[in-house]
Structures are given as C-alpha cells and as structure tokens.
Design a protein around this ligand. Structure first.
Ligand code: SAH
Length: 433
C-alpha cells in the first residue's frame, strides 16, 4: 500500500533541494510545486513548523507567496486530502496515499462510560526480509466535558518499545527498538484525526498525552519538535496547556524541558512524573531507573519546575496490590509530596518545599503474565482516602480500554521483543482504512 517506504532517507528536508543547488543561493522561483513532490512536501510539513516549512519550500525553488505556502502547509493538517496545486481547483489527493503517514494496521474499539475508546496501531517500518513490521500504538480516549460536550484525549507513543524496563509495564517487555521521528509522532495525530473511523468525527482532539509506548525524554529533540508542530495553530492547533509529557523521571531531561517551558508559547506544557512508589526501596523494585535517579534526586527538578499561570505537574502513581498500596505507603507518599517528616519512616526524609502537584492514582492494569492483580475498588478508595486526609490533592484516573489492552501500560505487541523481532511473523489484519 505504501508508495514510498517510511523512514526513507529523504525524510531529511534536504531532499527538497535539488542536489545541484545544495549550498547554493536559492534560485529564482519558476514553477508551482509539482504533484510528484507532494509526498516530499508532506513529509517535511509533518516534521516542521510553518516558518521552517516555508524556508524549505523556498530553498527548493518553489514558487509562491507566504499565503500560498502557509495554506498548503495548513491544508495538510486540516483535511484527509490535499490539492496538489495548493489551490482548491484540482483533484484532491488523499494524504493516506502519499506514503507519509504510517498506515493503520489494527483498530480495536471498546465501550467506556464516556464513549468509544479506540486503540490503533500504525506500521512505521517494514523489512524486506520478511521480519515483522514495527508497529506503534495510540489510543483515542473520549471524555465528557462541561456542557456534556464530548472531546478526546489522544495518547501517543514516542518510541517503538522502551528501554526503561519498569516491571509493571507491557511496553517494557519489548525493550527499546527505536525512537520515533517527528513525522511519526505527528502522524499519530493525523491518523487519529483523519484516518480512523470513529463515531464522533467532529469531536475535537483536545488533549495529547505522551503516555503511549516509550520514554518521551529519551527521544527529547523529536518530542519537543513534535509538540511545536502539534501546537501550531496552522498545524494541529492543540493548546499547549492540553499537552502533557509523561516521564519515568529523568532529572536532567526534566531540567532541559523546564528550559523550554520558560520560553514564550511553552509556559503551560504539562509535566507528569511516574512516581509509582513512596520509597526508594519500593520504587527500585519496580522501576530500574530509580537506582540511577533516586527519589530525593528526582524531587529537585520537580521543585524547580517553572510554574506559569495554569501550568501543572502531575505525579502518577500506579496502584499495584501488594507492592505500593498500603495505608502506610499512602502516608509515605504524602510525606514525599509535602516535604514533611513521617514518623514511621526509616527512609530518608524530604524536608523542604511541598511539591505543587496533583497525585494521579492509576489503578494497575495487569500486563501479560502479570504477577499482580488489578486493585479492587475498595483498595483504590482506601489509598486515596489517606492522601485526602493528609491534604494531598489527588485524583483517580478512570480505567478505560482495559479489555482491549488499550489502557495505561498495556501498549505493546507481545510478539515484538528485541529477540523475536527478526524471527516471529506478525499476523497482519487491516481493520482500519
Ligand atoms: N515512559 C513514560 C510514559 C509512558 S507510561 C512514563 O513512564 O511516564 C504512561 C503511564 O502509564 C506512566 O505513569 C506509567 O507508570 C503508567 N503505567 C505503565 N504501566 C501501567 C500499567 N500496567 N497499569 C497502569 N498504569 C501503567
């Protein structure tokens, strides 16, 4: 189905420039973008902001005023098809046929109290030797907002697999296969917006969370550039305050992201840190990263996170029965968040500033072959009650999509591991378009 292999070397914007012209001053414009350049232009557009796109357009010697260039750029994000000429007087070309959006491979739908949850996978890379294709997963989650208006949150992947090795997470079972390009990250939004069929095509994708496969801060530059494209009003036009980057807790990269957040336009980017445990002993047992960056070290970048009006920090806490779910764990967690002493603790304490964060309790969704069950309703309520009694702001994440393995931490194809990647064939069922 693909005309052009994804990840082909022409993913680099330089391919827009004729080889003879690279490094030369731009030639005077002569022709409108020829149709056969659509795929090239589209690939560049998905990876660039409008100003960068305009620069490539001109460097390629393509004709057009600012308005035409920006219209062409915008149209790629607005519709499922584009006009080759940039003017709505020709034949529309479906973007899905240009080979720039990884094709949808599987679509699973499940009902939730707020609407249909859609999990879809896209093939980002195929192999000539018959090895299984690389797939990424995204989930479109409905929410009923104010005035009963339905909106969607899109959960995107930043990598194929993940290197972090968290014991409770499905994706971790795969290991890291590779990081995604900017276009592959933005392409998930495009697929969710224009390619999958969902019952509510008009409902906006109001939020994007980097909580799919992968550790976004291990793919820092591409994630940041993808956010620049996703938030541009001429591109996907998602509000910065409605984008959240979720991290395992890489302190140095949180600092780097904070630098970005200090820049105009970025102030309200959301940060979520997967704490998942109240003490180093528990955290190290389920999250290997904690041995390198223990909880005291992780606390500093959170204390220093730049809060502009409306910015938010979220502490994610996957509640796993028998691991981190006792009343004492909740007390210890409250002490960590508040920078308070806790009498029952032999662990190091965290005197100082309280974290300005909301604890997001996520009931554990059992991964394949999980040694732990999901928590019961009573266990979740009891844990949250302790936090509330300690005046720690907390919220529960409603579990949607668990039955289709579309819920948090359930993304990842069990047949894809570093070991099996070259060996086991993956059945290909195309349910989407
Ligand atoms: N690597 C990033 C983003 C991906 S995981 C991170 O660690 O934050 C997104 C969220 O899902 C994290 O908070 C993670 O702790 C949580 N999660 C992972 N596996 C889970 C599972 N099996 N059940 C519930 N939540 C899970």
């Amino acid at each position: 189905m693909l005309a052009v292999p994804l990840n082909d070397p022409t993913d680099h914007p330089d391919h827009l420039v004729h080889p003879d012209q690279r490094g030369q001053p731009p030639v005077p414009p002569t022709a409108a973008p020829p149709a056969h350049d659509l795929a090239g232009l589209g690939r560049v557009a998905l990876a660039t902001t409008p100003a960068e796109f305009a620069a490539y357009w001109r460097a390629g010697g393509l004709r057009g005023g600012d308005l035409q260039i920006y219209n062409w750029y915008s149209s790629l994000f607005r519709q499922a098809s584009v006009y080759p000429s940039g003017r709505p007087d020709g034949v529309r070309v479906p973007v899905a046929d240009l080979g720039i959006i990884a094709p949808i491979h599987r679509v699973h739908r499940s009902e939730s109290s707020e609407g249909v949850v859609t999990k879809f996978t896209q093939v980002v890379q195929t192999f000539a030797d018959g090895s299984p294709p690389l797939e990424i997963e995204s989930v479109l989650i409905p929410m009923i907002g104010r005035n009963s208006i339905r909106k969607y949150t899109l959960c995107v992947s930043s990598q194929v697999g993940c290197a972090m090795g968290c014991g409770f997470c499905q994706t971790a079972q795969m290991g890291l296969i590779r990081s995604l390009s900017v276009a592959e990250i933005v392409g998930q939004w495009f697929a969710a917006r224009h390619l999958i069929e969902h019952p509510d095509p008009e409902a906006p994708i109001a939020n994007i969370v980097f909580m799919g496969m992968g550790e976004p801060l291990d793919n820092f530059d591409n994630v940041v550039q993808a956010i620049a494209v996703l938030t541009d009003r001429r591109a996907a036009n998602v509000a910065m305050r409605h984008i959240t980057v979720s991290t395992v807790g890489r302190a140095a990269e949180i600092d780097r992201l904070a630098e970005r957040v200090r820049q105009p336009g970025w102030h309200r980017l959301g940060l979520a840190v997967s704490l998942n445990a109240p003490t180093d002993a528990v955290r190290s047992s389920i999250m290997p990263i904690n041995k390198a960056i223990p909880m005291a070290a992780l606390r500093r970048p959170m204390e220093q996170w730049p809060f502009f009006g409306g910015a938010h920090l979220c502490l994610e806490y996957v509640l796993i029965p028998g691991v981190n779910d006792t009343a004492e764990h909740a007390e210890q967690l409250a002490a960590y968040v508040q920078g308070a002493d806790y009498d029952g603790l032999a662990e190091p304490r965290y005197p100082g500033v309280a974290l300005t964060g909301l604890v997001n309790v996520i009931p554990y969704n059992p991964r394949d072959n999980s040694p732990w069950p999901a928590p019961t309703e009573e266990q979740v309520v009891a844990f949250m009650a302790v936090l509330t009694a300690r005046r720690v702001p907390n919220k529960r994440r409603r579990t949607k999509g668990r039955d289709t393995m579309a819920a948090c931490g359930q993304l990842g194809n069990p047949t894809h591991t570093r070991r099996s990647l070259k060996a086991s064939p993956v059945e290909v069922t195309v349910l989407g378009r």
